[in-house]
Design a protein around this ligand. Structure first.
Ligand SMILES: Cc1cc2nc3c(=O)[nH]c(=O)nc-3n(C[C@H](O)[C@H](O)[C@H](O)COP(=O)(O)O)c2cc1C
Length: 313
């Protein structure tokens, strides 16, 4: 039986946010306790290999010292195996399959959470990738496309394969990230899964972890956290027995992000956009500074931004 501190905690993949710049900053400033980082999804294209941006993100030299699991999004087994072999050449030993993305452009093409509604095709796809694989394959899944009870059928399918880890986000496709996750359905699925299960969804602190442990009769061993970490990047460090962030640390962390994004992009607009996107989540940490945060979210230059950041921290 593991206590809260001994559990495994992973940083969730978040397209446009948790790329290598963000991951490296988290790893350097708040990495204690983060046992794995997941890359935002790499899309399989029939006619072309991985994009420059996708390769840059998973290059080992851009992810030094951290355990990164690249994630792939597709419903094409051949394409999946092609990218998986490429990832093996980079030295990776685990790849994660995205069966959760709810965005219309992805799911309407039958990928991500859109694949969950095509269960026979999904089963065939999984058969082919687990037959042809050269490395471990983990899966990040929602509990269904329309109905939370789809999870039971999905678990039967997943149980046929040696899934390295089944990360379950207990919402269906059409719930996007809204409303409460169906934790009761998760607990049922947890019991039925033959594969190791990791929980993901709305974990913001120790209370959530305690409840999840209780619901799984203390058997849950791993939790993936997304928005909770964007809001408080020291969340996993705190859960694993370390200290919460100090204002000084947060300032340095944000300065590192600004500086690294400035080197990556030309012009300050995209840098400002990245910082504001992050503040869209961090703002919940500063409920008594709502006015200043709103001004920061509206500012137009980096120097204005820096002033507002100073006001807030
Ligand atoms: C902006 C954004 C981008 C995301 N990108 C991905 C992604 O690339 N791959 C993926 O599996 N999930 C992605 N997710 C889902 C998260 O990994 C996670 O499952 C979700 O935020 C719920 O966990 P949380 O409540 O801890 O944030 C994304 C979510 C958001 C809000």
């Amino acid at each position: 039986m593991k206590g809260i501190k001994e559990m495994e905690y992973y940083l969730a993949p978040m397209e446009g946010i948790t790329g290598h710049i963000y991951r490296n900053a988290v790893h350097e400033f708040f990495g204690d306790g983060v046992s794995k980082y997941y890359s935002p999804f790499i899309v399989v294209h029939e006619k072309r290999a991985m994009s420059f941006k996708e390769i840059e993100d998973i290059l080992p030299e851009h992810n030094e010292g951290m355990h990164l699991v690249p994630q792939v999004l597709t419903d094409d087994a051949e394409g999946f195996l092609r990218i998986e072999k490429k990832l093996a050449e980079f030295g990776y030993r685990e790849v994660n399959l995205n069966l959760g993305c709810p965005s219309k452009t992805v799911a309407s093409k039958g990928r991500g959470s859109g694949f969950l509604g095509r269960k026979e095709a999904l089963d065939r796809f999984l058969y082919e990738i687990y037959e042809g694989r050269v490395m471990d394959i983990s899966i990040k899944t929602r509990i269904g496309e329309v109905d939370p009870d789809e999870l039971f059928e999905l678990i039967e399918i997943y149980n046929k394969y040696p899934v390295k880890e089944l990360i379950i986000h207990p919402r269906v496709r059409y719930e996007y990230y809204k409303g409460k996750p169906h934790r009761d359905v998760f607990y049922e699925g947890f019991k039925l899964s033959k594969n190791p299960v990791c929980y993901n969804g709305d974990v913001l602190g120790a209370d959530d972890v305690l409840k999840l442990k209780e619901g799984t009769e203390d058997k849950l061993a791993a939790i993936m956290i997304g928005r909770g970490m964007l809001r408080d990047p020291s969340l996993i460090r705190t859960l694993t027995g370390g200290s919460p962030y100090t204002a000084g640390e947060l300032k340095e962390f944000l300065a590192r992000l600004r500086s690294d994004y400035s080197q990556l992009f030309s012009g300050e607009k995209p840098v400002l956009q990245k910082m504001k996107e992050l503040w869209g989540y961090m703002k919940y940490e500063f409920p008594d500074k709502e006015k200043q945060v709103n001004s920061l979210l509206k500012c137009r230059t980096l120097s204005e931004y820096k002033n507002f950041e100073l006001f807030i921290l």
